[in-house]
Structure formats: structure tokens, C-alpha cells
Ligand binder design. Structure first.
Ligand code: ADP
Ligand code: MG
Length: 240
């Protein structure tokens, strides 16, 4: 298993009543699997993604990355694991405006001191259709192109897991389809493990399976999703 989450709990304690954002989530992500995570607003999707990706610490439970529990690591070790083992794609593309596309793709890897694999980078750039855009800065690129640069940045160091939080949320459907196609190929052709939070049944249907969260727990899962079966699940979750 590339990533395995066991008994994950997280409670936010504030001035009001405590919020049980995760109530003991168990789930495994096999290598090369593309999983979508869905659920109503407030169901715990972001908290789950952040805890699984080492951006937030759970209250209890384990997160095994290639068999190693990352919840026990120091901040320093965790930073290293995030840089080496994970790639991130966010809803807002989060590219550095002063750098061109190629520099955006490679800067994280150089800062983390990782050895670049030039052949793989060229292959990524080609498969994402970015060859003629490498000298452009983000402001000179469309939203779809910017997000494909973000996908290249997230994959260039061959992470164990790519985490994506609403990667098509700011794109029109055509640009979104380009980004989803890139994620789909990363999983099918390169054995990349992908965990993607989305609200969009069409986006979710590109995954191999969909996990449905409700009230901080996994309510169910759907294999080989198509938009219609995803929609049925969403309606079910909203009705209970
Ligand atoms: P989703 O991404 O599915 O909308 P979240 O994981 O963001 O859900 O949130 C789950 C629950 O935890 C919600 O009730 C939310 O209000 C609460 N929550 C999330 N982050 C915090 C925080 N930093 N402090 C307090 N409550 C939070
Ligand atoms: Mg969220």
C-alpha cells in the first residue's frame, strides 16, 4: 500500500461545542489507484486530506506512507517527507508569478535538494502539452495551462502520492477535462497514486473509486464510478 490511514480522528475545540471533523477513518490507497473524495460541505474532506498529507496533525490514528507512520515525525522530518513523497495541486494554481513555467515546475525539487530526472521532466511536459509554454510566466498562461504546470510541478519528483484539492474548481469544463486527463494518465500509465477532493460528479467519475464522507466518517465507497451513480450517492448523502 502506498498510503494507509488507520483510526484517524481530529476534533476542533473552540469557543463553541467541539467539532468532530474526523471520527476514526480507515482507508487504504493502493499504488497507481486514483481515488476521489466527496461529501457535503463540512463532512471532513479537507481535514482528511490535510491529515493524510502531513499538513495537519490528527489527534489519534496513523498515516502510513510506504509503511512509515508520518504522524510520529518531527516537523523537520515531516517537511522532508512532504517534499519527497507528496505532490500537491490546489484549487488556486499557486504558481510563483515571477518564475516561468519551467522554473515553477523545477523550483520545489531544487529547493528540496532532490536529484532532477531530466528525461522524466521532458516526458511530463510533453504529455501535459506544455512544450511551447515553458518560457511563459503564469500571467501569460490560461487557467488550464497554469493548472497543468501545477500538475507537472506536483509530479516532477515522482511522489508516492499526489494530493489534489478541487483541482478543477476554478476551471471551465474543457480546461478541467485537460487536467483530469493528465491525472488519469499519471495513474494509469505511470502508476501514480492520486487522492482528489472534488464536488464535481464528472471529475469524480474519472477516478477508479469514490469515497463518500459524512460527519467525519466514511459513509460508503463506489468503484468504477460514472456521473449518474456518483449523483445518486450525493443525493443519498444529502437525504440522510
Ligand atoms: P469539508 O472540507 O468537507 O467541507 P472540513 O474538513 O473543512 O470539511 O471541516 C470539517 C468540520 O470541521 C467542519 O464542521 C468545520 O467547520 C470544522 N473545522 C475545520 N477546520 C476547523 C478549524 N481550524 N477550527 C475549527 N473547526 C474547524
Ligand atoms: Mg473543504
Amino acid at each position: 500500500m502506498t498510503l494507509q490511514v488507520l483510526g484517524l480522528t481530529k476534533t476542533y475545540v473552540g469557543e463553541a461545542l467541539p467539532v468532530h471533523a474526523l471520527r476514526g477513518v480507515d482507508v487504504a490507497f493502493p499504488r497507481g489507484g486514483f481515488t476521489a473524495v466527496m461529501g457535503p460541505s463540512g463532512s471532513g474532506k479537507s481535514t482528511f486530506l490535510h491529515c493524510a498529507a502531513g499538513l495537519e496533525r490528527p489527534d489519534s490514528g496513523t498515516v502510513l506512507v510506504e509503511g512509515r507512520d508520518i504522524t510520529r515525525l518531527s516537523e523537520r522530518e515531516l517537511t522532508q517527507v512532504r517534499a519527497r513523497a507528496f505532490g500537491f495541486v490546489f484549487q488556486s494554481f499557486n504558481l510563483l508569478p515571477m518564475l516561468d513555467a519551467e522554473e515553477n515546475i523545477t523550483i520545489g525539487q531544487s529547493l528540496a535538494g532532490l536529484t532532477p530526472d531530466h528525461a522524466w521532466r521532458k516526458e511530463l511536459v510533453r504529455s501535459l502539452g506544455l512544450e511551447s509554454r515553458l518560457r511563459h510566466r503564469p500571467a501569460e498562461l490560461s487557467g488550464g495551462q497554469q493548472q497543468r504546470v501545477a500538475v507537472a510541478r506536483a509530479l516532477v519528483h515522482r511522489p508516492s502520492v499526489l494530493f489534489a484539492d478541487e483541482p478543477t474548481g476554478n476551471l471551465d469544463s474543457r480546461a478541467g477535462a485537460g487536467v483530469l486527463g493528465a491525472l488519469r494518465r499519471a495513474a494509469s500509465e505511470h502508476g501514480q497514486t492520486i487522492v482528489m477532493v472534488t464536488h464535481d460528479p464528472v471529475a469524480a467519475s474519472r477516478a477508479d473509486r469514490v469515497l463518500f464522507l459524512r460527519d467525519g466518517g466514511i459513509e460508503g465507497e463506489l468503484s468504477d464510478p460514472v456521473p449518474e451513480t456518483v449523483l445518486e450517492w450525493i443525493r443519498h448523502l444529502e437525504s440522510v
